[in-house]
Write a protein that binds this ligand. Structure first.
Ligand code: CU
Length: 168
């Protein structure tokens, strides 16, 4: 009888361990599909993720220190979730001259969820006339996103943040 009980406990324990291991191994595959619905709605901490009412969702903005005027257009219009796509960024000086040879880095994320972008978008082409191709844009859930560009030209760096509201 004791042997039988020990056997049962062993089987239950092994099953539990195997389940955990399989779950961990599958996380990279099921993770994005499994976690993001949780993060975007069902978890209590995200239940109140309503974007601020005064959010500026303009696609034309002046950089934080007033050096550049930046606008973007998205190849995916209207923007939608779960699609890798390309933006074109246009950069001018404050007085309207195109900024031709800027170094640009891209960052972003969801301020209310505490996570960044799911991809690492890169500027891959300088089209001239202040236009730059940004490849690898993607948003994996609905809600408030920030996309931040750091722009350096002639040794002067300035940053700009675009706000997006995506339908989930
Ligand atoms: Cu999120």
């Amino acid at each position: 009888m004791k042997t039988q009980t020990a056997k049962t406990i062993l089987i239950v324990a092994l099953t539990a361990i195997i389940t955990v291991i399989v779950f961990i191994l599958l996380m990279p595959i099921i993770g994005p599909r499994f976690m993001h619905p949780l993060m975007s709605g069902y978890m209590p901490m995200h239940a109140n993720s309503v974007p601020p009412a005064s959010l500026d969702i303009s696609t034309v903005r002046t950089t934080d220190n007033g050096l550049y005027r930046v606008s973007f257009t998205s190849e995916l219009n209207p923007l939608a979730i779960n699609q890798i796509h390309t933006w074109t960024l246009h950069i001018e000086t404050a007085d309207g001259q195109p900024v031709e040879n800027a170094e640009i880095t891209v960052d972003g994320g969801m301020p209310q969820h505490g996570h960044g972008l799911p991809t690492r978008p890169q500027v891959t082409q300088n089209l001239g006339n202040g236009d730059y191709v940004v490849e690898g844009m993607k948003f994996q859930m609905g809600g408030w996103w920030e996309v931040k560009f750091s722009i350096t030209s002639g040794g002067k760096t300035d940053t700009v943040t675009f706000n997006l509201i995506l339908e989930g």
